[in-house]
Ligand binder design. Structure first.
Ligand code: FES
Length: 154
Protein backbone atom coordinates (compact mmCIF):
# COMPACT_ATOMS: atom_id res chain seq x y z
CA UNK A 1 0.00 0.00 0.00
CA UNK A 2 1.36 3.38 -0.96
CA UNK A 3 2.41 5.89 1.69
CA UNK A 4 2.07 9.64 1.48
CA UNK A 5 5.14 11.74 2.21
CA UNK A 6 5.74 15.46 2.19
CA UNK A 7 9.15 16.88 1.45
CA UNK A 8 10.94 19.85 -0.03
CA UNK A 9 13.19 19.17 -3.01
CA UNK A 10 15.25 22.00 -4.46
CA UNK A 11 13.03 24.50 -2.63
CA UNK A 12 9.80 23.05 -4.07
CA UNK A 13 7.27 21.37 -1.80
CA UNK A 14 5.96 17.95 -2.78
CA UNK A 15 3.28 15.60 -1.50
CA UNK A 16 3.95 12.18 -2.98
CA UNK A 17 2.39 8.73 -2.89
CA UNK A 18 5.18 6.17 -2.82
CA UNK A 19 5.72 2.47 -2.38
CA UNK A 20 7.22 1.64 1.05
CA UNK A 21 10.21 -0.12 -0.54
CA UNK A 22 11.02 2.61 -3.05
CA UNK A 23 14.42 4.25 -2.67
CA UNK A 24 14.97 7.98 -2.68
CA UNK A 25 17.15 7.58 -5.78
CA UNK A 26 14.29 5.93 -7.65
CA UNK A 27 11.79 8.50 -6.43
CA UNK A 28 13.98 11.33 -7.69
CA UNK A 29 14.81 9.73 -11.00
CA UNK A 30 11.73 7.76 -11.95
CA UNK A 31 8.86 9.68 -10.36
CA UNK A 32 10.19 13.23 -10.46
CA UNK A 33 12.43 13.09 -13.53
CA UNK A 34 15.43 14.43 -11.60
CA UNK A 35 17.84 12.24 -13.53
CA UNK A 36 20.89 14.34 -12.65
CA UNK A 37 21.13 12.03 -9.65
CA UNK A 38 22.84 8.96 -11.12
CA UNK A 39 22.66 5.32 -10.17
CA UNK A 40 25.92 3.44 -10.61
CA UNK A 41 25.95 0.52 -8.21
CA UNK A 42 22.64 0.81 -6.29
CA UNK A 43 24.45 -0.66 -3.27
CA UNK A 44 26.06 2.36 -1.62
CA UNK A 45 29.53 1.90 -3.09
CA UNK A 46 30.00 4.50 -5.84
CA UNK A 47 28.44 7.76 -4.61
CA UNK A 48 26.92 8.60 -7.98
CA UNK A 49 23.53 8.98 -6.31
CA UNK A 50 24.69 11.49 -3.67
CA UNK A 51 22.16 14.14 -2.67
CA UNK A 52 21.96 16.41 0.37
CA UNK A 53 19.29 15.27 2.82
CA UNK A 54 18.62 17.55 5.79
CA UNK A 55 22.08 19.03 5.44
CA UNK A 56 24.04 15.81 5.05
CA UNK A 57 25.37 14.14 1.91
CA UNK A 58 23.78 10.69 1.56
CA UNK A 59 23.72 7.88 -0.95
CA UNK A 60 20.13 8.14 -2.09
CA UNK A 61 20.16 4.51 -3.24
CA UNK A 62 20.46 3.52 0.43
CA UNK A 63 17.69 5.78 1.69
CA UNK A 64 14.08 4.70 1.50
CA UNK A 65 11.84 7.40 0.10
CA UNK A 66 9.61 7.11 3.20
CA UNK A 67 12.61 8.26 5.24
CA UNK A 68 12.45 11.53 3.35
CA UNK A 69 9.11 12.42 4.92
CA UNK A 70 9.30 16.05 6.10
CA UNK A 71 12.85 16.27 4.79
CA UNK A 72 14.65 18.93 2.83
CA UNK A 73 16.55 17.57 -0.15
CA UNK A 74 18.97 19.18 -2.57
CA UNK A 75 19.88 17.54 -5.86
CA UNK A 76 22.23 18.65 -8.61
CA UNK A 77 19.27 20.24 -10.41
CA UNK A 78 18.87 22.65 -7.51
CA UNK A 79 22.33 24.17 -7.86
CA UNK A 80 22.07 26.20 -11.04
CA UNK A 81 19.91 29.30 -11.30
CA UNK A 82 18.57 31.50 -14.08
CA UNK A 83 21.91 33.29 -13.86
CA UNK A 84 23.81 30.12 -14.73
CA UNK A 85 25.76 27.34 -13.13
CA UNK A 86 26.64 27.22 -9.44
CA UNK A 87 30.24 28.44 -8.82
CA UNK A 88 31.24 24.89 -7.92
CA UNK A 89 29.88 23.63 -11.23
CA UNK A 90 31.76 26.42 -13.04
CA UNK A 91 34.93 25.39 -11.23
CA UNK A 92 34.53 21.78 -12.38
CA UNK A 93 34.25 22.99 -15.98
CA UNK A 94 37.15 25.43 -15.71
CA UNK A 95 39.48 22.87 -14.09
CA UNK A 96 38.62 20.03 -16.48
CA UNK A 97 37.26 18.01 -13.57
CA UNK A 98 34.60 16.35 -15.73
CA UNK A 99 35.33 13.63 -18.25
CA UNK A 100 32.53 11.12 -18.84
CA UNK A 101 30.48 13.09 -16.31
CA UNK A 102 28.68 10.17 -14.72
CA UNK A 103 30.16 10.72 -11.27
CA UNK A 104 30.07 14.52 -11.50
CA UNK A 105 26.65 15.22 -9.92
CA UNK A 106 27.44 13.04 -6.94
CA UNK A 107 30.93 14.47 -6.49
CA UNK A 108 29.61 18.02 -6.76
CA UNK A 109 26.89 17.36 -4.18
CA UNK A 110 29.47 15.89 -1.78
CA UNK A 111 31.73 18.89 -2.38
CA UNK A 112 28.88 21.32 -1.89
CA UNK A 113 27.96 19.64 1.38
CA UNK A 114 31.58 19.84 2.51
CA UNK A 115 31.83 23.56 1.66
CA UNK A 116 28.42 24.30 3.21
CA UNK A 117 29.74 22.92 6.48
CA UNK A 118 33.33 24.17 6.22
CA UNK A 119 34.04 27.02 3.81
CA UNK A 120 37.79 26.53 4.03
CA UNK A 121 38.58 22.80 4.25
CA UNK A 122 42.22 21.72 4.18
CA UNK A 123 43.55 19.25 1.61
CA UNK A 124 42.85 16.24 3.80
CA UNK A 125 39.29 17.38 4.51
CA UNK A 126 38.62 17.84 0.80
CA UNK A 127 39.89 14.32 0.07
CA UNK A 128 37.78 12.90 2.88
CA UNK A 129 34.76 14.91 1.72
CA UNK A 130 34.74 13.17 -1.65
CA UNK A 131 36.08 9.83 -0.45
CA UNK A 132 32.70 8.16 -1.01
CA UNK A 133 32.58 9.16 -4.66
CA UNK A 134 34.25 6.94 -7.24
CA UNK A 135 35.54 8.38 -10.52
CA UNK A 136 36.97 6.19 -13.25
CA UNK A 137 38.28 8.93 -15.54
CA UNK A 138 39.91 11.91 -13.90
CA UNK A 139 42.30 10.43 -11.34
CA UNK A 140 40.69 12.84 -8.85
CA UNK A 141 43.41 15.53 -9.11
CA UNK A 142 41.33 17.89 -11.29
CA UNK A 143 38.33 17.32 -9.04
CA UNK A 144 40.47 18.15 -6.04
CA UNK A 145 41.76 21.32 -7.74
CA UNK A 146 38.23 22.42 -8.67
CA UNK A 147 36.99 22.05 -5.10
CA UNK A 148 40.13 23.68 -3.71
CA UNK A 149 39.50 26.73 -5.89
CA UNK A 150 36.20 27.27 -4.10
CA UNK A 151 37.66 27.41 -0.60
CA UNK A 152 37.06 30.73 1.10
CA UNK A 153 40.77 31.61 1.31
CA UNK A 154 41.18 31.38 -2.49
FE1 FES B 1 24.11 4.76 -4.80
FE2 FES B 1 26.24 3.79 -6.14
S1 FES B 1 24.22 4.20 -6.89
S2 FES B 1 26.16 4.55 -4.11
Amino acid sequence: MKRIIKCTINKETYELAIEPNQTLADLLRNDLGLTGTKKGCDTGDCGACTVILNGDAVNSCLVLAVQANNATIETIEGLSTEDGLHPLQEAFVEHGAIQCGFCSPGVIMSAKNLLDKNSNPNNQEIREGISGNLCRCTGYQKIFEAISSQCSDK
